[in-house]
Design a protein around this ligand. Structure first.
Ligand SMILES: [Zn+2]
Length: 339
């Protein structure tokens, strides 16, 4: 007689992390040590509405379980990060500008479909939490995370606790003003960090230099549709091939991020600043020294002397890992929607 033991048996516990972004859903499964067993990524687009996005989330969940050779009963809890402020006490999504959603009980909707307890929080909070618990910021107690991609997100941890603020909007570094009457931002104001230093800000500046100063760029060759949408890798290629206007735009971005980082240090005195997101992943080797130089230059007296300026080590997985890990901890159980 042959007895088959399923690896791990029923004593093993697994947790799901869902990262709902503006253009994609990334769902992972982790074990109790934070090891990723499976990862499913799917694109979402402009035609998607709440129902179709909910369906896609459920599909990635089921696919991730299948991919890890698990069953739904093996999953203890689910964490979901969203591009929105979230009231973690009422478990409500407050406002997600990307989707135009306001005051939605998304935790309840997803939890009831999956029949699992579910925790929901802001994506930047969970990205920095991931780096704090499992990545570049392990061992630090006071940290700030700046995530530079299409936009700029931020979040921070003081005394080992995520700071959410009274309206659950704390940490929105993308919309602090770094230049009075500067470039117009998508939020309607002018001179926001995001309007200058994000990928959108970099492209805006390149376009302006071409239109107003007649500068030339190699982006037409590396990414013909760059004015509408450009990957950070095309910017990297242009930079390494000596594209002067791209270089100027990236230096400008680095200066603005450095000034913002100095403002953070002056204001809250963190031990470490973690830099992540697609722009940092691709252009970090060039950008981080510029950020560091400006951080030192614009910090009060010796405020930045011992600051650790760290690059994300979890990359694309930071948010999903952070939210899966946060929701797996006993002390956070009260924040899970349980039906
Ligand atoms: Zn803004």
């Amino acid at each position: 007689m042959v007895i088959f033991y399923k690896f791990g048996g029923n004593s093993m516990e697994y947790f799901v992390g869902i990262d709902l972004g503006g253009t994609k859903i990334c769902t992972i499964i982790i074990d109790k040590k934070g090891t990723i067993l499976s990862r499913i990524k799917t694109k979402i687009g402009g035609e998607d509405n709440l129902d179709s996005i909910v369906d896609s989330i459920i599909k990635t969940y089921k696919d991730a379980i299948k991919d890890a050779s698990l069953e739904e009963k093996d999953i203890i809890s689910v964490g979901m990060a969203v591009p929105s402020s979230v009231n973690i006490e009422t478990k409500t999504l407050i406002y997600a500008p990307n989707f135009g959603w306001k005051n939605i009980q998304l935790s309840k909707i997803i939890s009831e479909k999956l029949k699992k307890p579910l925790f929901m929080d802001n994506d930047a909070n969970m990205g920095i939490y991931g780096e704090y618990a499992l990545g570049a910021a392990k061992g630090l107690k006071h940290i700030y995370g700046i995530f530079v991609g299409t936009g700029i997100g931020g979040g921070y941890i003081i005394n080992d606790e995520i700071v959410r603020g009274s309206n659950f909007t704390a940490g929105e570094i993308g919309h602090i003003i770094v230049k009075i009457d500067g470039t117009k931002c998508n939020c309607g104001r002018k001179g926001c960090l995001e309007a200058i230093a994000s990928k959108v800000g970099i492209v805006k500046y390149i376009k302006k230099m071409i239109e107003k100063k007649g500068e030339k760029t190699m982006l037409d060759k590396f990414s013909p549709d760059w004015k509408k949408s450009v990957g950070s890798s095309a910017l990297h290629k242009a930079l390494t091939n000596g594209d002067k206007v791209v270089k100027k735009a990236i230096i400008r971005s680095g200066k603005a991020i450095g000034i913002a980082a100095a403002n953070i240090v002056n204001l809250i005195g963190v031990e470490g600043i973690i830099l992540g997101g697609g722009v940092i992943e691709e252009l970090g080797d060039f950008l981080i020294p510029i950020i560091k130089q400006n951080l030192i230059e614009y910090s009060m007296s010796n405020g930045a002397d011992k600051i650790k300026l760290l690059k994300s080590t979890l990359g694309d997985n930071a948010v999903a890992l952070g939210v899966a890990w946060f929701s797996s901890l006993e002390k956070n159980k009260e924040y899970l929607y349980k039906g």
